[in-house]
Write a protein that binds this ligand. Sequence first.
Ligand code: SF4
Length: 303
Amino acid sequence: MRVRRYSDTYIVKPFDPWKSKLCTCPEKYSFNPYTGCSHKCLYCYSSSYIKEFFHPRIKRNVLGFFRRDLLKIPEGSLIELSSSTDPYQGLEEKFQVSRKSLETLLEMKRKKFRVLIVTKSNLVRRDIDLLREINVAVTITITTLDPKLSSKLEPGAPKPEKRVAALRELKENSIPIAVRLDPVIPFLTDNPENLKEVVEAASSVGATQIISSTYKVKRDNFERMIKVFPELKDKWREAYFVEGVKIKNYHYLSIRLRRKLMVTVKAFADKYKVRFSSCREGFLGLQTAQSCNGSALTARNVN
Ligand code: SF4
């Protein structure tokens, strides 16, 4: 299937990770129901290219444009909600753009779209009635089970235990689930106990896949990180700006450290019988899952 090239006026767009050689995502379309996000994650990457990112807002005629674009894209396309916002952030409770988008997808069932949901919110539970009818996989991000650490890192997002409960409920409703242990942050969430706890929790609720990735530094996310964790500033500087490498506009950890962290997560995934993939790390050899982003989990019959 070839993804068409669209102009910026389209709201359902081919996913384009700035031609990153490290991105191994299958071809997919991206739909962001909102602009910006209220989860306010310190490490967020989207805030570097979207203005006033932490003041989320709705888009003009978003559902009208969504429907228009769906009519133009090929049957069976994979649509991700969302690559640059959280579809189940605070605004969704009131405006329900994500829910209405799912209703639209259901109305167009004949086009056999596949849907990949990426969220940090247990609000996704609300839409289980619709998700049961769609070829969907839901990935929920959990960076740590520690509620105090999570509230510093992701101050606007629901607590990790609520995310785990949401995963459990999705699974009980036969909806394929994966957990994003992403990002793994050196000196903060990279200790084996933390990584093990997250993988074990994912396994305990029946997640099929763990998707993991290390934290990448961008100027704005680094400023937020060192403001909240000033004691780690020097260590991070050394790890990213002295020992690390710059790839496109991101500062990465050294390949040695990144591989070590991903090998550790994979070892826990193997132990708890969950498939493993990494995101934009370049370690395809470690992958035991069918797709890096969980999209292969959308292949099921829902009729
Ligand atoms: S949930 Fe995602 S888009 Fe929203 S602030 Fe966090 S990292 Fe950024």
